[in-house]
Design a protein around this ligand. Sequence first.
Ligand SMILES: Cc1cc2nc3c(=O)[nH]c(=O)nc-3n(C[C@H](O)[C@H](O)[C@H](O)COP(=O)(O)OP(=O)(O)OC[C@H]3O[C@@H](n4cnc5c(N)ncnc54)[C@H](O)[C@@H]3O)c2cc1C
Length: 408
Amino acid sequence: MPASSSSSSPADPHLPQPHVCIVGGGFGGLYCALALQRYQRRSAPTFRITLVEPRERFLFTPLLYEVLTDELKPWEIAPSYHELLRPYAIHHCQDWVEQIDVHHQHVTLRRGEPLSYDYLVVATGSRLKPPVTEGSHHALPFNTLEDTWALEKRLAELEPTATEANPIHIVVTGAGPSGVELACKLADRLGRRGHITVLDRRAVILRSHSLAIQRVASKAMAKRGIEVFTDVALEAVKADQVIYHHADRAHHCPADIVVWTVGTIPQPWLGVEIPKQSPLAQCLVKPTLQLLDYENVFVLGDIAEMPGPKKSRAPMTAQAAYQAAPIVAHNLWASVHRRPLRPFHYHHLGNMLTLGKGEAVVHGFGICLTGRVGAIARRWGYWLRLPTFHHRWQVFKHWLGWKGRRKT
Ligand SMILES: Cc1cc2nc3c(=O)[nH]c(=O)nc-3n(C[C@H](O)[C@H](O)[C@H](O)COP(=O)(O)OP(=O)(O)OC[C@H]3O[C@@H](n4cnc5c(N)ncnc54)[C@H](O)[C@@H]3O)c2cc1C
């Protein structure tokens, strides 16, 4: 049943503003809210926008590693919603959505009163794949700012007694982008006081990346003395070691810290009635990013199977969610004003990976920048994508060493 307030023509200035409820304030949800408020100023009547997000701070995940090496401060990559949204008419409802009822057009919150909506945007992202390996509770996840604090705390406990002869043994499970980037940063932080091993069940590292990136990353890890084992079958994680099989032999790898970076899966749909889903459990959406059968519900980011080039699907990345956000904002505006909706087309702009302190690889459009140049290109590439002009300005001033306020 395509329930929709658009049937009552909300473009009529005498009717109340349509309420857009956005669930999830990450790359999909926050950037959609910010893009939507730009229509807000130009068109009448305006929307009422509520962003339901339980966290206090937005997290710019691609730069999370830099906090561990103190290259960036937490406020730079995790500005508070309060600060980001202050200039805009976007209400941040700091709560968890527990249920979405697409029939009756309301969402149930964990603490607050239920919210009814005219239009709903769902961008709840993904979570780490639940570990199936025995003893994986000994491993630390690396997905959120809180995970970084837990890792930071463990490092701080071990660092004072670590020496070259008695290094901290760290095992990183997963040689995808997170595992590789984290391993390089940890290697640079600890130097000779650390011994890092990366394990992956597949035959190659960075499977979804270009050969050029794989080569550069392998070199960067070799230069730092990081041991990488592929084609590995993890058997168990213990308090002080990881047991795995490699080349037909069982290995016992000492581990003071195990970090789990084995990929993500979409968050489950928050409703009794589960929409049609792909084999990867992403919601099936139209090219306009509307949920099948519900024209007033838009789904984007990791939780949606968004169209990619040549009938493929867009990857589960910030880049894809960031590109989808303004399309959803436009389509919300177009739905209200009865204009044609735009289809989403994902454009792959390349990949950027940090490979240690002040070192990165940027590969796109046939150009591959590495080392210091890569690091500068990556840093400014991400700076451009930080949310809100005000936040970019604060970070810009800080990088240039201009004095002013700054905090945690
Ligand atoms: C460490 C790390 C590094 C990464 N590096 C890169 C990179 O270099 N390049 C890249 O393109 N991608 C990168 N990614 C992937 C990228 O972060 C995600 O693809 C992207 O964030 C997806 O955007 P999203 O809006 O779908 O979800 P998210 O950005 O994860 O946002 C989802 C939001 O929904 C909220 N939420 C969840 N459940 C509820 C609920 N029940 N009620 C209300 N709110 C809820 C969450 O709190 C969260 O804020 C990285 C991810 C990680 C973890």
